[in-house]
Design a protein around this ligand. Structure first.
Ligand SMILES: *Cc1c(COP(=O)(O)O)cnc(C)c1O
Length: 428
């Protein structure tokens, strides 16, 4: 697609990154199931290894099927480049890796996916990194948490599980003033509902496992770089601005400009950490992403109907969906998620922890799984599953209190989703 006119989202989700296969003319992107690529000659090989020429060396670094997906996600997010990896958690590490050094920290929202809170609380400490958790509704507290060792700010656009909408423009402003990049996990919103780069984010991370694939078949992740951050404005990001010892002294920012982050992530991140997406996985995600806008519109339409119905039920004490007028986050939708609040929210039951366990067991159409963003409606009780390793304070801050159940509303007939909830609530 070499049209200079800017293509619309629905066109990009089908066409970006996908030219007919040069060898065969195949219209659909082939699954390049290969680990290596034959070099034309020794000079070609040397040019590839020097990053003087872009091409394929070895599938731990790049693969044409995976590259097509990366290009598509970058196009949908409005980024300069992207790198796909093996899971959403891998993407988070890949996003932090070029920015952090031992002793550095990331300022992170308290409202994050439980797995991310775990990763940031304990696991990243093994690299000498740490996280400072702050309530991102308190913009001044975010600004106050930035110190001279801060290398990134991290939040979710629509936070899992509570459906909180982050004021990305306000947080981006603080990041800019602090001279650090803002990383937004856009998994729950997807670029159809929210485009963090347009709102000032530097990097966007995804668990492609969720809505981007949309059918619950593969785990995957992606880091999209806006290409707009000036890595050389300070000495905070030596991996990108100074000679990189891990790549024969190459200065990535000077040599590669807006593609510095993406090339660093491939040439060093994937090379040495090895959290690579495989071509078969990329294929499933490419199949799913073609219908992203259609699915998301339906997820939103169904979620509003279900949330409005639930809000009226006597057993229910609260519904957190930002699409509801009663939500304190409703007002943020117009600036952050103009096409809707997604398909994910929590409800709290007057019946408490036991009521939640009963509800989850009584649902029939909903599947009880540790996943979200599937075409199917899904349910989980975070306090007894995904978030069970968190402390009571962390649970509350993350919107996963014991009396709370998370729903991921699918694209089924909304009357059937409501009927299932009705019969299950009657048993609580
Ligand atoms: C699932 C999820 C992740 C982690 O992704 P995986 O693909 O499971 O590693 C990160 N962030 C959010 C918001 C998620 O929902």
């Amino acid at each position: 697609m070499s049209d200079t006119r800017k293509l619309g989202f629905d066109t990009l989700q089908v066409h970006a990154g996908a030219n007919p296969d040069p060898a065969t003319g195949a219209r659909q992107i082939p699954i390049y199931q290969t680990t290596a690529y034959v070099f034309r000659d020794a000079d070609h090989a040397a040019a590839l290894f020097d990053l003087r020429e872009v091409g394929y060396i070895y599938s731990r670094l790049t693969n044409p099927t995976v590259a097509a997906l990366a290009e598509r996600i970058a196009a949908l997010e409005g980024g300069a480049g992207a790198v796909c990896c093996s899971s959403g958690h891998a993407a988070q590490l890949m996003a932090l890796f070029p920015l952090m050094q031992p002793g550095c920290n990331v300022v992170a929202s308290t409202r994050l996916y439980g797995g991310t809170i775990q990763q940031f609380t304990n696991t990243i400490r093994k690299f000498g990194w740490s996280a400072k958790f702050v309530d991102f509704d308190d913009v001044d507290a975010v600004a106050a948490a930035i110190d001279d060792k801060t290398r990134a700010i991290f939040c979710e656009s629509i936070a899992n599980p509570g459906g909180y909408v982050t004021d990305i423009p306000a947080i981006a402003e603080i990041a800019k003033k602090g001279g650090v990049p803002l990383i937004v996990d856009n998994t729950s919103a997807t670029p159809y509902l929210c485009q963090p780069i347009k709102l000032g984010a530097t990097l966007v991370v995804h668990s492609t496992t969720k809505y981007l694939t949309g059918n619950g078949t593969v785990t995957g992740g992606c880091v999209v770089d806006s290409g707009t951050f000036d890595w050389s404005a300070s000495d905070k990001f030596p991996s990108l601005s100074a000679p990189e010892p891990a790549y024969h002294g190459l200065k990535f920012h000077e040599a590669l400009g807006p593609m510095a982050f993406t090339f660093h992530s491939i040439a060093i991140g994937l090379r040495d950490l090895g959290m690579t997406m495989n071509p078969q996985g990329a294929h499933y995600t490419l199949m799913g992403i073609e219908t992203l806008s259609l699915r998301m519109a339906r997820h939103v339409e169904n979620a509003i109907k279900v949330a409005e119905w639930l809000e009226k039920q006597p057993q229910v004490s609260a519904v957190t969906y930002a699409g509801l007028k009663s939500s304190p986050y409703h007002g943020r939708l117009a600036s952050v998620c103009p096409k809707g609040a997604g398909g994910l929210f929590t409800l709290s039951l007057k019946g408490g922890y036991d009521g939640c366990v009963k509800l989850v067991s009584a649902l029939k159409l909903f599947s009880h799984v540790a996943n979200l963003g599937d075409t199917r409606s899904l349910v989980i009780h975070p306090a007894s599953t995904t978030h069970r390793q968190l402390s009571p304070d962390q649970l509350k801050a993350a919107g996963a209190a014991p009396e709370t159940v998370r729903l991921s509303i699918g694209i089924e007939d909304p009357a059937d989703i409501i009927a299932d909830l009705e019969q299950a609530l009657a048993q609580v």
